[in-house]
Design a protein around this ligand. Structure first.
Ligand SMILES: [Zn+2]
Length: 379
C-alpha cells in the first residue's frame, strides 16, 4: 500500500485541504496515520500512510477440507500464514473449536496478544446471509445451516468478526492485491470441491437480494447430467467440482490402466488433487480430464459473461494451478458461446494470489470493519 499526500487525499474525498488537515491531525494523534517522508517529485512533500503497527487483523478461509489462517498488519502485509486440514462436514462445533485453537496458537507463537487483534474476517464455502453472519442452505456444508458462525466466533475471541462467502472474498483479494487489481467489473470463480463465483463492481461485493449471487456452480449445463449436491441434475458442480474431477479419473482408470493414476489403489482413493498433480506432470488422460472440466466451466462462464459483462474473470481454486491447460478450453467455450462484444472484452486469467485469494480477501474485510470500528469509537 503506497502513501498519499494531503492534497491528493482532499481531491479523492472531495474535501477541502483544511478539513483533511484537521482529520489527519486527529488520526495521527490516535496513532492510526503517520507521515513517511517526501514524495520524489512535487511540491507537497509529506506523504501519509496508515500506521502498519496500529494493530493486527486476521483472515480465515475455510474450505471443504482445509483452513487457511493469515495474520496481517494494518498495511495488509502478511505476518504469518498457517494452513491445516479440516473437514467441513464435521460441523460448526468441531471446526470452529479447531479454528479458535489455531488462532490462539498462532498468536502465541508470534508473541502477539489477542488484544492487539482488531478484527477477524472469515470466509466459508457456502451462501452467506451477511447481516445475520450465518450460512443458509449450504450444499457442501449442510450441518452448518443457520449456525450463528459470526456471533459465535466474536464471542469466543472478543473481537469483531465478519463472515463472507469464500468466492466473494477471493474476488476481493484478487481485486485488492492480485490479478484483478482495480478492475471495475470483476468476476472471480473458485473451482474447488464446490464451484462459486464472487462478483465485484467498483470494488464492492455484489451479494444479491439474499446473499446467493454468484452461485455459478448450480447453473444447469446439461439437464441429463449427473445429480448434484443441491438436489438438481446437471449442474456445473456435478461436471467440474472436485468430486466430479475425482469421479472422472476413477471411471477412466477402471476401464483403462494407461495413466499414472492407476498407481493409486484402491481406485476410490483417487482425489481431484491427484488428477491435478498428474496433469501437471504430463499424464495425458489426466490432462484430458482437466481440459473437459475447463470447457464445462467455460460453458457456465459464457452465461455469466452475457449476464454480468465483466472486464476480467479471475480463476482460482486448486485446479487453476494447471494454468493454460485449464484456462484455454475455458476461453474457447466463452468465445464460442458468449455474445461477441462481451467475449471480446473479457480477459480470463489465473488467480495471482493462488491458494491465498480468499484468505487475503478475508484480511481486506477484517481491515474494513476494523477501520469502521475505529471511526465509530472516535466519533
Ligand atoms: Zn447443483
Amino acid at each position: 500500500m503506497g502513501g498519499i499526500a494531503r492534497v491528493d487525499l482532499a481531491r479523492e474525498l472531495n474535501l477541502t485541504r483544511a478539513a483533511v488537515t484537521s482529520i489527519i491531525q486527529d488520526l495521527s494523534k490516535a496513532g492510526l496515520v503517520r507521515e513517511v517522508g517526501s514524495q520524489p517529485s512535487g511540491r507537497k512533500p509529506v506523504v501519509l500512510e496508515i500506521n502498519p503497527n496500529f494493530g493486527k487483523v486476521i483472515g480465515i478461509d475455510l474450505g471443504a477440507t482445509h483452513m487457511t489462517l493469515i495474520v496481517a498488519n494494518y498495511a495488509g502485509q502478511v505476518i504469518r500464514e498457517v494452513e491445516t486440514p479440516l473437514e467441513i462436514n464435521d460441523g460448526p462445533q468441531v471446526c470452529l473449536t479447531h479454528v479458535i485453537r489455531q488462532v490462539r496458537q498462532t498468536l502465541h507463537d508470534l508473541g502477539v496478544p489477542l488484544s492487539e487483534v482488531k478484527a477477524v474476517g472469515m470466509g466459508v464455502p457456502g451462501p452467506v446471509v451477511s447481516e445475520k453472519g450465518m450460512v443458509s442452505s449450504p450444499p457442501i456444508m449442510p450441518n452448518w445451516d443457520h449456525f450463528p458462525i459470526r456471533d459465535y466466533m466474536a464471542e469466543q475471541l472478543g473481537v469483531p468478526v465478519t463472515l463472507g462467502n469464500d468466492a466473494e472474498l477471493g474476488a476481493l483479494g484478487e481485486w485488492a492485491y492480485g490479478a484483478g487489481r482495480g478492475e471495475k467489473v470483476l468476476a472471480y470463480i473458485k473451482v474447488g470441491t464446490g464451484i462459486g463465483a464472487g462478483l465485484l463492481i467498483d470494488g464492492k461485493i455484489f451479494h444479491g437480494a439474499t446473499g446467493t449471487a454468484g452461485e455459478i456452480g448450480h447453473i444447469v449445463i446439461d439437464r441429463k447430467g449427473p445429480k448434484c449436491t443441491c438436489g438438481n441434475y446437471g449442474c456445473l458442480e456435478a461436471f467440474a467440482g472436485g468430486r466430479a474431477i475425482a469421479r472422472r479419473a476413477q471411471d477412466f482408470v477402471r476401464k483403462n490402466q494407461r495413466s499414472r493414476l492407476a498407481e493409486i489403489q484402491p481406485v476410490e482413493a483417487i482425489r481431484a488433487k491427484d488428477v491435478i498433480a498428474a496433469a501437471r506432470r504430463g499424464d495425458l488422460p489426466a490432462q484430458q480430464i482437466i481440459k473437459e472440466v475447463g470447457y464445462a466451466v467455460g460453458s457456465a462462464l459464457s452465461s455469466l459473461v452475457n449476464l454480468f459483462n465483466p472486464s476480467m474473470i479471475v480463476v482460482g481454486g486448486q485446479v487453476s494451478q494447471c494454468g493454460d491447460l485449464f484456462l484455454e478450453p475455458m476461453r474457447k467455450a466463452v468465445d464460442e458461446k458468449s455474445l461477441r462484444v462481451a467475449a471480446d472484452h473479457v480477459c480470463i486469467a489465473a488467480a495471482y494470489l493462488g491458494r491465498r485469494s480468499s484468505g487475503i480477501g478475508a484480511v481486506v474485510e477484517a481491515l474494513t470493519i476494523a477501520l469502521h470500528q475505529f471511526a465509530d469509537d472516535n466519533e
